[in-house]
Design a protein. Structure first.
Length: 288
């Protein structure tokens, strides 16, 4: 399957399609999908909702922030992800947010917080919510979870809004080198852009997934964040996938390359474990 996916990507390059589009070709939505729901006043303030065929009173909600170096990407690329989680009984909200060059930090994190607050109040309505992201989206999810100012601006807090966080191949502590990243994250505010600098704040449990063959974001970033969270009694678990690359860790959510990594199973299991524990959220702490 992995070889088939690589071949399809090569073919795709000839017709200007993308990896996510290949994965979306085989995605089957199990229940209703609501496209282009507005969570704010701006054009990029849109989200899609993938719902299970049967909704329960306690059906969990997963809010997902896409990757793309804070410059690229769209919710429209993630039908495969929304469908996979909805098929496992998890209502999935896929978020668009503003991108560079239109904005720099912290605009995209502010958008992510606005989308989470909207989900909490208008979609979940008391049901448990989890947040997740891949790459730049994992950075956004971690910033929302750890720096309280973003959700405070929306009239809520991470402890009220979410029961857990799933970070997939996220850059949680980095120093921009390339000019474009120096523009996105100006030097004068750099400390405020790093999730690892906010680990002392109370947070819900985190699951950090990373591939050992990731050359885009060093897997040590996930290990460092988990260790720093544990020092402050916040619960975090790291799972490293041997030989898995930066994009395949997310693509593995699709049945096309699911054997590449247990990203889907581990995320679903994490949500189910939190349910079995009564969704402790911010009350989860590392034991001394």
């Amino acid at each position: 399957m992995k070889q088939w996916f690589a071949a399809m990507l090569a073919l795709c390059s000839l017709s200007a399609c993308s990896g996510p589009q290949v994965l979306n070709l085989v995605a089957q939505t199990p229940g209703p999908v609501q496209h282009d729901m507005s969570y704010g006043p701006l054009p990029r303030h849109m989200l899609d909702i993938y719902s299970p065929k049967v909704m329960q009173a306690d059906t969990p909600v997963l809010v997902f922030y896409h990757g793309g170096s804070w410059q690229y990407g769209s919710k429209d690329d993630y039908k495969f992800l929304g469908s996979a989680f909805a098929a496992r009984g998890i209502q999935t909200v896929i978020v668009n947010y503003r991108l560079h060059p239109d904005v720099i930090f912290p605009a995209f994190v502010e958008d992510g917080a606005k989308a989470l607050a909207y989900t909490q109040k208008s979609i979940a309505k008391g049901r448990p919510v989890f947040i997740a992201g891949h790459s730049a989206g994992a950075h956004i999810a971690a910033m929302i979870a750890l720096d309280p100012e973003f959700l405070a601006a929306e009239g809520t807090s991470i402890c009220d809004a979410a029961k857990g966080v799933i970070g997939i191949a996220g850059p949680y502590d980095f120093t921009p080198v390339e000019p474009v990243f120096k523009r996105i994250f100006p030097t004068e505010i750099l400390p405020s852009t790093k999730p690892i600098n906010f680990v002392a704040n109370k947070a819900p449990p985190m699951l950090l997934l990373h591939g050992t063959k990731d050359t885009t974001v060093d897997p040590k970033r996930s290990e460092q964040l988990a260790a720093a969270l544990a020092e402050h009694k916040n619960l975090a678990e790291v799972k490293l996938y041997s030989g898995v690359e930066h994009l395949y860790i997310l693509g593995a959510i699709s049945p096309v390359v699911r054997r590449s990594a247990p990203t889907l199973a581990d995320t679903v299991n994490f949500i189910q474990e939190q349910r079995a524990a009564g969704y402790p959220g911010c009350q989860s702490q590392v034991k001394s």
